[in-house]
Design a protein around this ligand. Structure first.
Ligand code: GLU
Length: 421
């Protein structure tokens, strides 16, 4: 297929091949899961505010829907590729199964640098993309959500466009919507919070007490990184190293997270110019002498060289695929020193609250923020301990254990349903 030469897709597929070997996966199931079910490729024309038309490459890849509708975010990024979206759709399948959600895996992407376009242009782009996808998405078919470069407003435009074309309101077509149109309380914070919940559980497992001496380094202070930081500071840890695409900062006394967030909101969303810390490089944030490291930026950040230099005790992967295959080999060798909570587990809080949003919408009955957070915490802690159990049973690395658990649930569902015709 078209995605076979893409490095991110190769990484996802190689991970899958290795894990299916370890778990002795049925060959007829493995051959079906190595490739996504379907991909939709779209050229999206948009009229700019100055009258010109620009055309953007856009994708939606549907990896597997054996356990329920395809589920996964839509990414707006200048360098997104079909292969990257295909890899991310595969990871969504494992993630949803691992969390035991009745959902499959999908992902979308549009090749655009969203910060360079106006609100009206982004609205037109989103609406045209949605109209092209109308036959392929829906509350029982494929349910998009936010990812890098997208947000609740973009979900609202998707919901509105889809609803206009159907002739009635269909809130269940997306999750991560504003709460005014059926979004769930706690969805915006969910991914970051979930990262913190799983890391706290990992600390418990390691008999490590998180307190005022605990230093946390956060690479990528966006929606995921900042909400994880808020939760860590709430439980008494210090956020000592932070970064975004403009660079890194260190403050060994600990940053005031709320103040950083407010600064960024006023400063075009970037950390640049923030004076409450000393400037360091983005790599120095990753390799900092901190107890907990949260890579919450983009994929392929921790390669073998960086992995060899890491000084943390626990990694909670907030981003999708932040560690390269080579980097992961090094982390596997360093397993006794560094405990990894892999992406499909650590960042699954987002899709878990998306699931809660979908359920609340189907029932037209909405939960309090307290109920959402309590259920999220329960689901994350349960999944963490199930992965730990698989790790002990098979004597494998955490990432392998998480994938075994997810893949095994999908495989069992496929074997039960059989192959049509
Ligand atoms: N984009 C998020 C992820 O990678 C959330 C997906 C969703 O809520 O469907 O898990």
């Amino acid at each position: 297929m078209e995605w076979d030469n893409d490095p991110t897709f190769q990484m996802a597929q190689r991970q899958f091949d290795e894990v299916s070997e370890v778990m002795n996966l049925d060959k007829n199931v493995a051959i079906r899961l190595r490739e996504p079910d379907r991909a939709i490729l779209i050229s999206v024309p948009v009229r700019m505010e100055d009258g010109r038309v620009e055309v953007f490459d856009a994708y939606r890849v549907q990896h597997n829907d054996t356990r329920g509708p395809y589920k996964g975010g839509i990414r707006y990024a200048h360098d997104v590729t079909l292969g990257e979206v295909a890899a991310l759709s595969m990871w969504m399948t494992w993630k949803c199964a691992l969390m035991n959600l009745p959902l499959g895996g999908g992902k979308g992407g549009i090749r655009i640098e969203p910060t360079k376009y106006t609100r009206l242009e982004l609205q037109r782009l989103t609406r045209r993309y949605t109209s092209e996808l109308v036959a392929f998405i829906g509350p029982q078919m494929d349910i998009p959500a936010p990812d890098m470069g997208t947000n609740p407003q973009i979900m609202a435009w998707i919901m509105d466009t889809y609803s206009q074309l159907k002739g009635y309101a269909v809130p269940g077509v997306v999750t991560g919507k504003p709460t005014t149109i059926g979004g769930s309380l706690g969805r915006v914070e969910a991914t970051g919070r979930g990262v913190a919940y799983t890391v706290l559980e990992a600390a418990k497992h390691l008999n490590y007490t998180i307190g005022a001496d605990t230093k946390v380094a956060i690479q990528g202070f966006g929606n995921v990184g900042s909400h994880a930081a808020l939760k860590f500071s709430k439980v008494g840890a210090k956020i000592t190293h932070i970064s975004d695409h403009t660079g890194g900062l260190v403050n060994l006394k600990g940053f005031n997270v709320q103040d950083v967030i407010e600064y960024m909101t006023k400063n075009n969303g970037t950390l640049k110019g923030y004076t409450e810390g000393d400037v360091i490089s983005q790599t120095e944030v990753l390799t900092a002498k901190a107890d907990i490291l949260i890579p919450a930026a983009t994929s392929s950040q921790i390669d073998d060289k960086i992995a060899a230099k890491l000084q943390c005790r626990i990694i909670g992967e907030g981003a999708n695929g932040p560690t390269t295959i080579e980097g992961d080999r090094v982390l596997k060798e360093r397993e006794k020193e560094i405990f990894v909570v892999p992406d499909v587990l650590a960042n699954a809080g987002g899709v878990t609250v998306s699931y809660f949003e979908w359920v609340q919408g189907l029932q037209n009955f909405f939960w309090s923020a307290k109920e959402v957070n309590r259920e999220l915490s329960n689901v994350m802690i349960k999944a963490f301990n199930e992965v730990l159990e698989v790790k002990k049973q098979h004597n494998v690395y955490m990432r392998t254990a998480a994938q075994i658990l997810g893949i095994d649930r999908v495989a069992k569902a496929m074997l039960a349903r059989g192959l049509y015709p």
